[in-house]
Write a protein that binds this ligand. Structure first.
Ligand code: BES
Ligand code: MN
Ligand code: MN
Length: 462
């Protein structure tokens, strides 16, 4: 047993209990009712970094929630690793689908996690994964094995678009200077199939509003004679995909990166079982763009999805009404080279153009960001790969993910450094869903793997 393994064995219970304490604070960034809890979580992260051995930890205020920043400097000639993570979480609703309350963490074994998993909102996304880095730092400082400089930047607004982090990054190039950025906020294929995320999709998120008559109307007196905004909105949304499930917004695919046959063949080698995939979701068929496999559809292809739709009467019983307004929230996942601002504009122009006479349409952009792909021959990737080889006994598979961490593309633009995405969650961990959880094995494996990354990165660096 090596030093990190024995350290984990000795402190395992405390590592789990500390994470459980962090998960008890409902740091929901989207809901201002939880403002004090979000701020309390920032304080808790600050304390944990100090305890783990960071020299200078500060709470940097922004126009939104604060960024917790910490440093551990070993030597000027040594490389610097910047750790990014987020302490905010998604809203837990629908609450009635949780088997145990989202902010009262419990430990339970599952099929994928026979050694137990911690169930709570944020367990995997991202408190559990960011805390692995805090504990890895604790090990390295406690045993005097920290090979390079470390910076931590943990934000509280990732789940709502990181608007203030972008400003912070732009204004703090020097403070944030680094040689590689390391993030654990993604997943891997399976506990016996380690993988490193090499791509993230971009995002454009918009809200649309369709207005018909200036007030809600009696659907008998007016029905059939004026445009019903819900009928119109649903028809407009339906027209956004054609019979092959291609998106119909003109220009939408213009900049989409087409992968070569070799690249697609390489991707197809990653283990994937369609039957298991369908069974896990209780669906009898998958659905998506013609000409692409499931793994391609959710990683290298762009999408357009309605995330929410509302309007009219949804209370108990029936009310015969033609509503004045109908609304929807729509997100588009983008791939490398697509520009989110441009796609947002294309969508707006198209959506306004397809509205029939008799309604008014308003498209309001929310937030977005560019996609990201990281090369597999960089020092950072090679160091990460060797770290997994050391702790998993297998070479990790490079894999593009369908999710988004929009700030990663901005890091590259502003700080000129590559990001390595070492995620230890599983797709079945239910992030953003009821009963989110994080495997205890995964949590501890992450803590074990991270110090090796530091070691190999420092050795391979120049
Ligand atoms: N950690 C996720 C992103 C993720 C998860 C990427 C799993 C790859 C694999 C992140 O917290 C997230 O949820 N991002 C949002 C975008 C954000 C702007 C709200 C997303 O992908 O929807
Ligand atoms: Mn996340
Ligand atoms: Mn998330």
């Amino acid at each position: 047993m090596n030093a990190i393994q024995s350290y984990i064995k000795q402190h395992k219970e405390r590592f789990i209990n500390e994470l459980i304490d962090l998960l008890k604070i409902p740091s929901i960034s989207a809901d201002s009712t939880y403002r004090n809890d979000v701020l309390k979580t920032a304080e808790a992260i600050k304390k944990s970094l100090e305890k783990a051995g960071c020299d200078a930890v500060e709470i940097c205020t922004t126009d939104g929630y604060p960024i917790v920043y910490g440093e551990k400097t070993i030597g000027k000639h040594l490389p610097t690793v910047l750790i990014y993570g987020h302490y905010d979480v998604q809203p837990p609703d629908p609450l009635d689908l949780w088997k145990s309350p989202p902010f009262e963490p419990i430990t339970k074994a599952t099929e994928k996690h026979p050694d137990g998993a911690i169930f709570a909102r944020g367990a995997c996304d991202d408190k559990g994964q960011l805390y692995m880095h805090v504990k890895a730092l604790e090990f390295m400082t406690a045993t005097n094995q920290i090979p390079c400089n470390v910076k931590f930047m943990i934000e509280g607004e990732e789940e709502v678009g990181s608007a203030n982090l972008a400003t912070f990054v732009k204004n703090n190039h020097k403070k944030l200077a680094n040689d590689v950025i390391l993030i654990s906020d993604t997943g891997m294929i399976a506990n016996d199939v380690p993988s490193i995320t090499t791509g993230l999709r971009g995002l454009s998120y918009v809200e649309v509003e369709v207005t018909g008559p200036n007030r809600d109307l009696h659907s008998g007196l007016y029905g059939g004679a004026v445009a019903n905004p819900i009928n119109i909105l649903t028809k407009m949304i339906a027209s956004l995909h054609d019979e092959n499930n291609h998106i119909t917004v003109p220009g939408f695919y213009d900049k989409v990166e087409e992968l070569s046959k070799e690249e697609r063949d390489e991707m197809a080698k990653a283990p994937f079982n369609l039957e298991n995939y369908k069974n896990a979701l209780d669906i009898d068929a998958v659905y998506g763009e013609k000409g692409f496999t499931t793994n391609e559809r959710n990683s290298i292809r762009p999408t357009l999805d309605v995330n929410g739709i509302w309007g009219g009467y949804i209370g108990e019983g029936a009310k015969t009404v033609i509503p004045s307004k109908a609304f929807a929230k729509i997100s588009m996942r983008l791939v490398p080279h697509q520009d989110w601002d441009e796609v947002t504009q294309l969508f707006k122009t198209h959506f306004e153009s397809i509205a029939p006479k008799g309604v008014k349409v308003k498209v309001t952009p929310h937030h977005g960001g560019q996609g990201y792909v990281t090369p597999i021959d960089s020092v950072g990737y090679r160091a990460a790969s060797k770290a997994y080889e050391t702790t998993f006994g297998k070479t990790p598979i490079p894999q593009r993910s369908g999710g988004s961490i929009p700030i990663v593309a901005l890091f590259e633009k502003e700080l000129k450094s590559k990001t390595i995405l070492m995620g230890f969650g599983l797709d079945s961990d239910a992030i953003h869903s009821p009963n989110e959880h994080f495997g205890i094995w995964n949590y501890l494996k992450g803590i074990e793997t991270i110090p090796w990354f530091y070691k190999y990165f420092t050795e391979m660096f120049e």
